[in-house]
Ligand binder design. Structure first.
Ligand code: 5RP
Length: 215
């Protein structure tokens, strides 16, 4: 079992008695979806953060529900590209950050699953994904340069919401909450891939030694 799989398996402890679960996106979550197949009789359904996860959930027979019809969720399980010790995250490597942030915001408990390489002291080595309205891309990029970043357009990639992604390099994010709030003010940005205002609640890190649980 690899380290992503270990984290995904550990998340199963947090969904006992849960009937509607929030499901994130990415290779670690794909392992989690495989585990969900074993408990699908317990589930009324899932709220999915991407078309990719929706397809996988449907394939194993788990109904995919509209967030508008289910209210707040008890548990959301998703991966991350980086996490610091405060469970502030960088997410959006897979481009699903907007729906991920919505579901995280609508969930009582956000369980983040990752392999131990994702844990860092300071966020920013992984380029920060930012979803932008297409017509605003160049303007937003110039604004991001003023914040000290080097934005690179993820060319050819369109999000599930029909938008584009800028990956912002060269950031050393010493205060993720302040940075997230500042970037949120730039017109044309749909979602900043910093999850610090609403961080994860539990981080399950799979490593060669087993599982680290950080709360
Ligand atoms: C997708 C994400 C993913 O959670 C993140 O990219 C981690 O992916 P993986 O589990 O494949 O390492 O934010 O938008």
């Amino acid at each position: 079992m690899n380290n992503k799989q270990k984290a995904a398996q550990a998340a199963m402890d947090y969904i006992k008695n849960v009937s509607i679960i929030g499901v994130g996106t990415g290779s670690t979550v794909n392992y989690f979806i495989e585990y969900l197949a074993d408990v699908k009789s317990q589930l009324d359904g899932a709220v999915s953060s991407s078309e990719a996860s929706t397809e996988r959930l449907k394939k194993i027979g788990i109904p995919v529900l509209d967030l508008n019809n289910v209210g707040d969720l008890d548990v959301y399980v998703d991966g991350a590209d980086e996490s610091n010790a405060h469970l502030h995250l960088i997410k959006g490597g897979g481009g699903a950050l907007t729906r991920e942030k919505i579901i995280a915001g609508a969930s009582k408990t956000f369980v983040c699953i990752a392999d131990s390489s994702k844990k860092v002291d300071v966020l920013g080595k992984f380029p920060l994904p930012i979803e932008v309205i297409p017509m605003a891309r160049s303007f937003v990029a110039r604004e991001l340069v003023k914040h000290g970043g080097k934005p690179i357009w993820r060319e050819g990639f369109i999000t599930d919401n029909g938008n584009q992604i800028l990956d912002v390099h060269n950031l050393e994010i010493l205060d993720p909450v302040v940075m997230e709030m500042a970037l949120n003010k730039i017109p044309g940005i749909v979602t900043v891939g910093l999850f610090a205002v609403r961080p994860a609640d539990i981080l399950l890190l799979g490593s060669d030694q087993g599982i680290d649980i950080i709360k």
